[in-house]
Ligand binder design. Structure first.
Ligand code: NI
Length: 164
């Protein structure tokens, strides 16, 4: 299992719902937590490992491992805040992104049971970032276009150096 990076088409596709929470999905979730920890990430969405399904995992500052299957953000606060984001699929780029401060999300957990979670702070931030991955959106899409172009250029330059 490897984290794919900017330029890979799977990152840009709207992911399909998970039809059923099976043992296979549960072991996938376990593996995703391992990959995330190894990469020093705080969140990982299935499209980032090349699987176009609506599932992500995260570990915010409360240290709790959470899995979200077929999530839906059902409410966002009018208050927004700015936070410097990075992404395992866009290595070495960090930019401030403005997002709603608080959100309410509904999803299935790894047992296939529905839950509703109200989140703020880092947790709300990670959920929104990972949720975007399921719709083919990257955090650089939410920054100033000139900064986005610069970030893409910086990344592609690095990628071509690696290929050389
Ligand atoms: Ni990301």
């Amino acid at each position: 299992m490897e984290v794919i990076t900017l330029g890979n088409e799977t990152l840009r596709i709207k992911a399909a719902p998970v039809p059923e929470v099976t043992d296979e999905i549960r072991s996938l979730i376990r593996e995703m937590f391992i990959v995330m920890e190894k990469a020093d990430g705080v969140g990982l969405a299935a499209p980032q490992i090349g699987l176009s399904i609506r599932l992500f995992v995260l570990k915010a500052d409360d240290g709790i491992e959470r899995a979200f299957i077929n999530p839906q953000i059902i409410q966002t606060s009018p208050e927004t805040c700015s936070y410097e984001e990075g992404c395992l699929s866009v290595p070495k780029v960090w930019e401030k992104v403005i997002r709603p401060e608080k959100i309410t999300v509904q999803a299935l957990n790894e047992r296939g049971r529905p839950f509703t979670l109200e989140a703020d702070g880092l947790l709300a931030r990670i959920i929104q970032h990972e949720y975007d991955h399921l719709d083919g959106i990257l955090f650089i899409d939410r920054i100033d276009p000139a900064k986005k172009a610069k970030a893409e250029e910086k990344f592609l330059k690095k990628a071509s150096k690696k290929d050389a």
